[in-house]
Design a protein around this ligand. Structure first.
Ligand code: F3S
Length: 64
């Protein structure tokens, strides 16, 4: 499973990095990015929660 952040959509609210710091990080530009490797198994639920909670739906989860 992988996560992606659309930086054109992200408003930098920081919720994803709070909910799932193993996967999401706030970059110097103030928007989030996701690790480009597979999500660690123990962080999958938190990553999905972050995607569900993002106020602008900037996070996509690839279930493969
Ligand atoms: Fe951006 Fe959504 Fe995270 S707005 S900082 S991707 S919760």
């Amino acid at each position: 499973m992988k996560a992606f952040v659309d930086k054109d959509v992200c408003i930098g609210c920081g919720l994803c990095a709070d909910l799932c710091p193993e996967v999401f990080n706030i970059d110097d530009d103030g928007t989030a990015s996701a690790i480009d490797t597979d999500i660690p198994e123990d962080a999958e639920d938190a990553a999905k929660e972050a995607a569900a909670q993002c106020p602008v739906e900037a996070i996509k989860i690839d279930e493969d």
